[in-house]
Design a protein around this ligand. Sequence first.
Ligand code: THU
Length: 124
Amino acid sequence: MDAARKARLNACAEFSHFKVGAALETTDGTIIAGCNIENATYGLTICAERVAMFKALSEGHREFRRVAVVADTEAPTPPCGACRQILWEFGGDLEVILANLKMETGRHRLSDLLPSPFDARLLK
Ligand code: THU
């Protein structure tokens, strides 16, 4: 959660002003963090969770245990549908920890957030 809070400070969120940080933990305890990155076309925005996952993959990490997602909101900010899909395909059934700047606001298994997923097993 601390790593996600720190990454959130780097968010490029000048259009929504909604800053998000995410931090993935690998099975060997390495933490890789990301923030949301918006741009002038809006549609090319990448959420914090996908930035963290793509950073981790590009650095060679392949096995993950959990992910923390932080936003400055009272209510939990769960990953969007696109991020659930990417987290599932590359991270498996992660523990998803939601938090704001002060405290944890929710904890889920990714399989509960994304029941009946489409993934590579169905391409065979
Ligand atoms: N956003 C994230 O980065 N992660 C989430 O879990 C929810 C939404 C970002 C996308 C966009 O930059 C802003 O928050 C508002 O939707």
